[in-house]
Write a protein that binds this ligand. Structure first.
Ligand code: ZN
Length: 242
Protein backbone atom coordinates (compact mmCIF):
# COMPACT_ATOMS: atom_id res chain seq x y z
CA UNK A 1 0.00 0.00 0.00
CA UNK A 2 2.74 2.39 1.06
CA UNK A 3 4.60 1.57 -2.13
CA UNK A 4 1.59 2.41 -4.33
CA UNK A 5 1.10 5.78 -2.58
CA UNK A 6 4.75 6.54 -3.15
CA UNK A 7 4.46 5.62 -6.83
CA UNK A 8 1.35 7.77 -7.25
CA UNK A 9 3.15 10.70 -5.60
CA UNK A 10 6.18 10.22 -7.82
CA UNK A 11 4.01 9.93 -10.95
CA UNK A 12 2.09 13.16 -10.13
CA UNK A 13 5.33 15.00 -9.42
CA UNK A 14 6.74 13.94 -12.80
CA UNK A 15 3.62 15.21 -14.60
CA UNK A 16 3.80 18.59 -12.79
CA UNK A 17 7.49 18.90 -13.65
CA UNK A 18 6.78 18.15 -17.32
CA UNK A 19 3.97 20.71 -17.51
CA UNK A 20 6.14 23.37 -15.89
CA UNK A 21 9.08 22.74 -18.19
CA UNK A 22 7.00 22.56 -21.41
CA UNK A 23 7.56 25.76 -23.39
CA UNK A 24 4.46 27.72 -24.32
CA UNK A 25 3.23 27.71 -27.91
CA UNK A 26 4.44 31.30 -28.30
CA UNK A 27 7.94 30.33 -27.23
CA UNK A 28 7.98 27.45 -29.71
CA UNK A 29 6.90 29.85 -32.47
CA UNK A 30 9.70 32.23 -31.50
CA UNK A 31 12.30 29.45 -31.42
CA UNK A 32 11.24 28.18 -34.84
CA UNK A 33 10.67 31.76 -36.02
CA UNK A 34 7.32 31.30 -37.74
CA UNK A 35 6.68 34.62 -39.51
CA UNK A 36 3.22 36.19 -39.11
CA UNK A 37 2.75 34.44 -35.74
CA UNK A 38 1.45 36.56 -32.88
CA UNK A 39 3.24 36.13 -29.54
CA UNK A 40 2.92 37.58 -26.03
CA UNK A 41 5.24 40.01 -24.25
CA UNK A 42 5.90 37.26 -21.67
CA UNK A 43 7.11 34.89 -24.39
CA UNK A 44 9.36 37.61 -25.80
CA UNK A 45 10.84 38.25 -22.36
CA UNK A 46 11.62 34.56 -22.00
CA UNK A 47 13.09 34.32 -25.51
CA UNK A 48 14.82 37.75 -25.23
CA UNK A 49 14.04 40.85 -27.27
CA UNK A 50 17.57 40.93 -28.73
CA UNK A 51 17.00 37.51 -30.30
CA UNK A 52 13.95 38.92 -32.11
CA UNK A 53 16.17 41.25 -34.14
CA UNK A 54 18.81 39.22 -35.91
CA UNK A 55 20.89 39.33 -39.09
CA UNK A 56 21.49 35.93 -40.64
CA UNK A 57 22.93 34.59 -43.90
CA UNK A 58 20.44 33.15 -46.39
CA UNK A 59 19.94 29.57 -45.19
CA UNK A 60 19.13 26.67 -47.50
CA UNK A 61 15.57 26.65 -46.14
CA UNK A 62 15.12 30.34 -46.97
CA UNK A 63 16.71 29.94 -50.40
CA UNK A 64 14.29 27.13 -51.26
CA UNK A 65 11.48 29.63 -50.69
CA UNK A 66 13.18 32.34 -52.82
CA UNK A 67 14.46 30.30 -55.74
CA UNK A 68 12.59 31.05 -58.98
CA UNK A 69 10.46 33.66 -57.18
CA UNK A 70 12.20 36.70 -55.68
CA UNK A 71 15.56 35.14 -56.60
CA UNK A 72 14.99 34.63 -60.30
CA UNK A 73 17.08 32.56 -62.69
CA UNK A 74 18.89 35.58 -64.12
CA UNK A 75 19.47 37.18 -60.72
CA UNK A 76 22.73 39.13 -60.84
CA UNK A 77 23.19 39.64 -57.13
CA UNK A 78 25.12 36.92 -55.29
CA UNK A 79 23.33 35.31 -52.36
CA UNK A 80 26.33 36.20 -50.20
CA UNK A 81 25.35 39.89 -50.63
CA UNK A 82 21.92 39.25 -49.12
CA UNK A 83 20.87 38.77 -45.53
CA UNK A 84 17.80 37.30 -43.82
CA UNK A 85 16.46 39.47 -41.02
CA UNK A 86 14.36 38.30 -38.11
CA UNK A 87 12.28 41.30 -37.06
CA UNK A 88 9.51 41.85 -34.58
CA UNK A 89 6.72 44.31 -35.34
CA UNK A 90 3.39 45.48 -33.92
CA UNK A 91 0.41 44.27 -35.93
CA UNK A 92 -2.91 46.04 -36.55
CA UNK A 93 -3.97 45.33 -32.94
CA UNK A 94 -0.65 46.44 -31.50
CA UNK A 95 0.34 42.87 -30.66
CA UNK A 96 3.91 41.62 -31.18
CA UNK A 97 4.11 39.68 -34.45
CA UNK A 98 7.02 37.80 -36.00
CA UNK A 99 8.42 39.34 -39.18
CA UNK A 100 11.14 38.51 -41.69
CA UNK A 101 12.88 40.33 -44.52
CA UNK A 102 15.60 39.73 -47.09
CA UNK A 103 17.81 42.74 -47.80
CA UNK A 104 21.28 43.74 -48.97
CA UNK A 105 24.02 43.17 -46.36
CA UNK A 106 24.94 46.87 -46.69
CA UNK A 107 21.74 47.97 -44.97
CA UNK A 108 21.03 44.96 -42.71
CA UNK A 109 22.16 46.56 -39.46
CA UNK A 110 20.46 49.89 -40.34
CA UNK A 111 17.16 48.10 -40.96
CA UNK A 112 17.41 46.15 -37.72
CA UNK A 113 17.97 49.41 -35.85
CA UNK A 114 15.04 51.15 -37.60
CA UNK A 115 12.58 48.29 -37.12
CA UNK A 116 13.56 47.87 -33.48
CA UNK A 117 12.88 51.55 -32.88
CA UNK A 118 9.54 51.27 -34.67
CA UNK A 119 8.63 48.22 -32.59
CA UNK A 120 9.56 49.90 -29.32
CA UNK A 121 7.56 52.99 -30.30
CA UNK A 122 4.48 50.82 -30.99
CA UNK A 123 4.46 51.65 -34.73
CA UNK A 124 2.01 49.40 -36.54
CA UNK A 125 3.00 47.24 -39.49
CA UNK A 126 0.34 44.78 -40.56
CA UNK A 127 2.42 41.99 -42.07
CA UNK A 128 6.08 41.31 -42.79
CA UNK A 129 6.78 38.06 -44.64
CA UNK A 130 8.93 37.27 -47.68
CA UNK A 131 7.37 38.24 -51.02
CA UNK A 132 7.90 34.62 -52.04
CA UNK A 133 4.81 33.75 -50.00
CA UNK A 134 3.00 35.74 -52.73
CA UNK A 135 5.03 34.17 -55.58
CA UNK A 136 7.08 37.41 -55.58
CA UNK A 137 4.25 39.10 -57.51
CA UNK A 138 4.40 42.75 -56.52
CA UNK A 139 0.68 43.44 -56.90
CA UNK A 140 -0.23 40.46 -54.68
CA UNK A 141 2.16 41.35 -51.85
CA UNK A 142 1.01 45.00 -51.95
CA UNK A 143 -2.66 43.99 -51.85
CA UNK A 144 -1.86 41.92 -48.75
CA UNK A 145 -0.35 45.07 -47.19
CA UNK A 146 2.89 43.13 -46.80
CA UNK A 147 6.08 44.99 -45.86
CA UNK A 148 9.15 43.73 -47.75
CA UNK A 149 12.51 44.57 -49.33
CA UNK A 150 14.31 42.20 -51.74
CA UNK A 151 12.64 41.18 -55.00
CA UNK A 152 14.63 40.83 -58.21
CA UNK A 153 12.43 42.76 -60.63
CA UNK A 154 12.25 45.76 -62.91
CA UNK A 155 10.74 49.06 -61.88
CA UNK A 156 7.02 48.55 -62.60
CA UNK A 157 6.33 49.46 -66.23
CA UNK A 158 10.00 50.06 -67.08
CA UNK A 159 13.08 48.11 -68.19
CA UNK A 160 15.28 49.43 -65.41
CA UNK A 161 16.08 47.20 -62.44
CA UNK A 162 14.37 48.32 -59.25
CA UNK A 163 16.37 49.04 -56.08
CA UNK A 164 14.43 46.11 -54.62
CA UNK A 165 16.53 43.93 -56.94
CA UNK A 166 19.58 44.78 -54.87
CA UNK A 167 17.70 44.55 -51.60
CA UNK A 168 18.30 48.27 -51.09
CA UNK A 169 14.65 49.39 -50.99
CA UNK A 170 11.86 48.71 -48.51
CA UNK A 171 8.08 48.99 -49.02
CA UNK A 172 6.11 49.70 -45.84
CA UNK A 173 2.38 48.96 -45.42
CA UNK A 174 1.97 49.22 -49.23
CA UNK A 175 -1.81 48.91 -49.51
CA UNK A 176 -2.39 52.14 -47.58
CA UNK A 177 0.71 53.82 -49.03
CA UNK A 178 0.29 53.03 -52.72
CA UNK A 179 2.39 54.00 -55.70
CA UNK A 180 0.68 56.66 -57.82
CA UNK A 181 1.85 57.54 -61.34
CA UNK A 182 0.67 61.07 -61.92
CA UNK A 183 0.84 61.05 -65.71
CA UNK A 184 -1.08 57.84 -66.34
CA UNK A 185 -3.13 57.96 -63.14
CA UNK A 186 -2.18 54.34 -62.47
CA UNK A 187 -2.23 53.20 -58.84
CA UNK A 188 -0.47 50.12 -57.46
CA UNK A 189 -1.93 48.15 -55.81
CA UNK A 190 -5.31 48.68 -57.45
CA UNK A 191 -7.13 48.58 -54.08
CA UNK A 192 -4.87 51.41 -52.88
CA UNK A 193 -6.68 53.87 -55.15
CA UNK A 194 -8.84 55.20 -52.33
CA UNK A 195 -5.73 56.16 -50.32
CA UNK A 196 -4.08 58.29 -53.00
CA UNK A 197 -5.89 61.61 -53.09
CA UNK A 198 -5.76 64.46 -50.64
CA UNK A 199 -3.49 62.49 -48.30
CA UNK A 200 -2.18 65.56 -46.48
CA UNK A 201 -5.48 66.36 -44.81
CA UNK A 202 -6.96 62.90 -44.45
CA UNK A 203 -7.21 61.16 -41.10
CA UNK A 204 -8.96 58.05 -42.37
CA UNK A 205 -5.88 56.34 -43.81
CA UNK A 206 -4.44 53.68 -41.51
CA UNK A 207 -0.64 53.32 -41.46
CA UNK A 208 -0.31 56.61 -43.38
CA UNK A 209 3.26 57.63 -44.18
CA UNK A 210 3.88 61.38 -44.45
CA UNK A 211 6.53 63.83 -43.28
CA UNK A 212 5.32 63.64 -39.67
CA UNK A 213 5.46 59.86 -39.61
CA UNK A 214 8.06 58.14 -37.42
CA UNK A 215 8.87 55.61 -40.13
CA UNK A 216 9.60 58.45 -42.58
CA UNK A 217 11.81 60.22 -40.03
CA UNK A 218 13.84 57.11 -39.19
CA UNK A 219 14.45 56.11 -42.79
CA UNK A 220 15.34 59.68 -43.82
CA UNK A 221 17.79 60.13 -40.96
CA UNK A 222 19.47 56.83 -41.86
CA UNK A 223 20.30 57.66 -45.47
CA UNK A 224 17.14 56.65 -47.33
CA UNK A 225 15.07 58.69 -49.78
CA UNK A 226 11.28 58.49 -49.71
CA UNK A 227 9.26 57.76 -52.85
CA UNK A 228 6.55 60.10 -51.57
CA UNK A 229 8.92 63.02 -52.27
CA UNK A 230 9.32 62.14 -55.93
CA UNK A 231 7.59 64.26 -58.59
CA UNK A 232 6.17 62.16 -61.40
CA UNK A 233 5.66 59.06 -59.30
CA UNK A 234 4.42 59.26 -55.73
CA UNK A 235 5.58 55.99 -54.20
CA UNK A 236 4.36 56.48 -50.63
CA UNK A 237 5.37 53.00 -49.41
CA UNK A 238 8.91 53.16 -50.80
CA UNK A 239 12.23 53.97 -49.08
CA UNK A 240 15.50 53.37 -50.91
CA UNK A 241 19.08 53.61 -49.80
CA UNK A 242 21.12 56.27 -51.58
ZN1 ZN B 1 9.27 49.95 -53.48
Amino acid sequence: MKKSIFLLFFFTLTIIQNVLSTPSLGLLLLREWKPASVVTEADINTYSLDSCFQILPISDAVFVRMRGKSYKKDCQIPLSDLRYLKLLHRNANGEPQLGEMVCNKRIASILVKIFRELYEAGYKIERMVLVDDYDAVDEKTMEANNTSAFNYRNVAGAKKLSKHSLGLAVDINPLYNPCYRLRSGKVEPISGKKYVHNRGKRKDIPYKIDHKDLCYKLFRSNGFVWGGDWRSVKDYQHFEYK
